[in-house]
Design a protein around this ligand. Structure first.
Ligand SMILES: Cc1cc2nc3c(=O)[nH]c(=O)nc-3n(C[C@H](O)[C@H](O)[C@H](O)COP(=O)(O)O)c2cc1C
Length: 201
C-alpha cells in the first residue's frame, strides 16, 4: 500500500478531527505531507492549542499522545510553496484529505482555483484520479456552499461532512472526532482502524 498521504487543515472549526486522524496515521507509520492554511493556523491555536510558530505538528502530537505518535513521519509544507511535491501529479499518493474544510477552500476546490498548495494539490488529486476526501464544516449552509459540494462530488471528490454519529454512544470529544477520522479512513480502504465499532459487528 502507498503510505504517503496529503493532509490539509483549513480554517473551519473542527481541528480535532485532523488531530485524531493524524494521531492514527502516525501510530500506523504513514508518511504524511501536511499543509495548514493561514486561517487553519488560527483555528489550530484556538481549538487545540497547537501554535505552529512555536512547535512542529510532530512535536505537538508527541506531547499530546506520547512516542506512539512518532512512528510515522510528517513533513510540513507552507501553503504558498506551490512547487512542493504534491503540486505535481508525478508521485502518486494514497489520497489527499482536507480536514476540516472551510467554505472558502471548498469553493476554490469546486472551481479548480489552484492558487495555493492546498488548492493545487486537490486539483492534482482529481486530475490524477487518486482519492480526494473533503470534510466540510459550516452550519447553516447557503445554496452556494451546497452547490460547491455537489460540484466537487461530481468531479470525483468524496464529501464527508463533519457530522459525527451518536449511535456509537460517544463519551468524549475524542470519540466524536474518531468517528469522522474513521469514516475518512474507510474511504481510503482502511477498515480495521478500530476507531469506532462498525455497525453490526
Ligand atoms: C474561530 C473560527 C472558526 C471558523 N469556523 C469556520 C467554519 O466552521 N467553517 C467555515 O467555512 N469557515 C470558518 N471560519 C472562517 C474561515 O477561517 C475563513 O473563511 C478563512 O478565510 C478560510 O480560509 P482557508 O480556507 O484558506 O483556511 C472560521 C474562522 C474562525 C476564526
Amino acid at each position: 500500500m502507498n503510505r504517503r498521504i496529503t493532509i490539509a487543515i483549513t480554517g473551519a472549526s473542527g481541528v480535532l478531527y485532523s488531530i485524531r486522524l493524524l494521531r492514527y496515521l502516525m501510530m500506523k507509520e504513514f508518511d504524511v505531507d501536511l499543509i495548514i492554511s493561514d486561517a487553519g493556523k488560527i483555528t489550530c491555536k484556538l481549538e487545540v492549542g497547537f501554535d505552529s510558530e512555536k512547535e512542529t505538528m510532530a512535536e505537538f502530537l508527541k506531547t499530546r499522545f506520547g512516542s506512539s505518535a512518532m512512528r510515522g513521519k510528517i513533513r510540513e509544507f507552507d501553503n504558498a510553496s506551490i512547487a512542493a511535491p504534491m503540486a505535481s501529479g508525478s508521485v502518486r499518493r494514497l489520497g489527499m484529505i482536507v480536514i476540516p474544510c472551510s467554505m472558502k477552500t471548498l469553493s476554490a476546490l469546486a472551481n479548480g482555483a489552484s492558487s495555493n498548495l492546498i488548492e493545487r494539490s486537490a486539483d492534482v488529486a482529481l486530475k490524477e484520479n487518486y482519492p480526494l476526501i473533503v470534510v466540510p464544516r459550516e452550519t447553516p449552509m447557503n445554496a452556494i456552499q451546497i452547490e460547491n459540494m455537489l460540484k466537487l462530488a461530481k468531479a470525483g471528490a468524496k464529501i464527508v461532512p463533519a457530522m459525527p454519529a451518536f449511535y456509537q454512544q460517544p463519551a468524549t470529544l475524542d470519540d466524536l472526532a474518531d468517528f469522522i477520522a474513521g469514516r475518512v479512513l474507510n474511504l481510503l480502504g482502511i477498515d480495521d482502524h478500530g476507531l469506532f465499532n462498525n455497525w453490526g459487528n
